[in-house]
Design a protein around this ligand. Structure first.
Ligand code: PLP
Length: 384
């Protein structure tokens, strides 16, 4: 990162301004194609699927922020994951943990598996158990830490080592943490992917996906896939995403402070039976989170007492919006069993502990006491 500290890199890394005009913001190069200077000569910008200056600025920025050498921007998080998994070939398998994001699970289960790229789900609770799940044909592992929606923390460095021992690519979906809090490439991972739709964009106004690598050969192969399959991010969304990333540091600090405040207060609440938040000293993931990430993040999951009527609880909220997605400046709340994780087989949900009383809060950057009051008022209204 050229010795820049992270908060400086957010503003100045990548391609921070426009060489041709001096504009301090990279312009939106809204052009599908570029004039050829000469016949038979190749040039930097030819056609926007292959390369676009606005997208290139974003790709260079995320590479610097994650400590990688190459970034690639896609039309959504799942488009990024599709490109990354396209590195595998028929007969290969990918190892997922039980707590993997539902869309990733569906992609692997119903898109890649029929094409001959299989998968295995590991429910292991420790590294030895995980190692036992490395069959010889497993060529990649996808991990999210902390996981969604239970916010369980997995040790990243030993997991990357395990992958390399077994000849598998170590892929981290770093959506929940962002490079501001956690940088898996620096912990030995080969590929980081993001749903930049979430914290990196930060304003719930775009869909985007990113992949970052540090190895030249992997970068070359992924670039080939990006150009050959074509799910690239548009110049306009690339611009919006760069704009969102500029404030990542201040936003994440506030998300984390608010989340820790809510988790601490709600852990004491009589209508809440359990709080899941890796920034809470009492959380089972706290020590590991401290080792590999700088703060606990902006997501908090809660288990509501049986005396709380769920429908009334969600209706009684005024400030916090019932919606899928996360990572925006506004607080969102969801019921994983019936929303984000509804496509997961019930047996699997049960096995990993996603019950009907679990709710997930994406804590926004509003005033923390307004958020707390909204939740506690709704709890009271829904319990009498
Ligand atoms: C939302 C999400 C995705 C999918 O990203 P899209 O931008 O919606 O395609 C992947 N992984 C995680 C952890 C997510 O939260």
């Amino acid at each position: 990162m050229n010795k820049m500290n992270f908060n400086t890199a957010l503003i100045h890394a990548g391609i921070p301004n426009d060489a041709s005009t001096g504009a301090v913001n990279i312009p939106i190069y809204q052009s599908s194609t570029f004039r050829r200077q000469e016949l038979f000569a190749s040039q930097q910008w030819e056609y926007s699927r292959s390369g676009n200056p606005t997208r290139a600025a974003l790709e260079s920025l995320i590479a610097d922020l994650e400590g990688g050498s190459h970034g690639l921007a896609f039309a959504s998080g799942l488009a990024a994951l599709t490109a990354v998994l396209s590195l595998l070939k028929q007969g290969d398998k990918v190892l997922l943990l039980g707590s993997t994001y539902g869309g990733t699970f569906r992609l692997v289960d119903r898109y890649f598996q029929p094409l001959g790229i299989g998968y295995r789900v590991s429910y292991a609770r420790d590294l030895d158990g995980l190692e036992a799940d490395f069959e010889p044909d497993i060529k990649a592992l996808i991990i999210e830490s902390p996981s969604n929606p239970l916010l369980e923390v997995t040790p990243l460095r030993p997991l990357a080592e395990l992958c390399h021992k077994h000849g598998a690519l170590a892929i981290a979906d770093n959506t929940f943490m962002t490079p501001y809090l956690q940088r898996p490439l620096e912990l030995g991972f080969d590929i980081v992917v993001h749903s930049a739709t979430k914290y990196l964009g930060g304003h719930s106004d775009l869909l985007a996906g990113l992949a970052v690598v540090k190895d030249e050969e992997l970068a070359r192969r992924l670039y080939f896939i990006q150009n050959a399959t074509g799910a690239v991010l548009s110049p306009f969304d690339s611009f919006l995403l760069i704009r969102g990333i500029r404030t990542l540091g201040v936003r994440m600090d506030r998300h984390c402070q608010n989340a820790l405040y809510l988790a601490t207060k709600l852990a004491e609440h009589e209508l809440i039976t359990r709080v899941h938040y890796p920034g809470l000293p009492a959380d089972p993931g706290f020590a590991q989170q401290r080792e590999q990430a700088s703060q606990g993040g902006g997501m908090v999951s809660l288990e509501l007492d049986l005396s709380v009527d769920l429908k009334r609880f969600f209706k009684a909220l005024n400030l916090i919006t019932l919606a899928e997605s996360l990572g925006g400046v506004e607080s969102l709340i969801c019921h994983p069993e019936s929303m984000t994780h509804a496509s997961m087989p019930a047996s699997l949900r049960e096995r990993i502990g996603i019950g009907s009383r679990l709710i997930r809060v994406s804590v926004g950057i509003e005033d923390r006491d307004d958020l707390l009051a909204d939740l506690t008022d709704a709890l009271e209204q829904a319990s009498d």
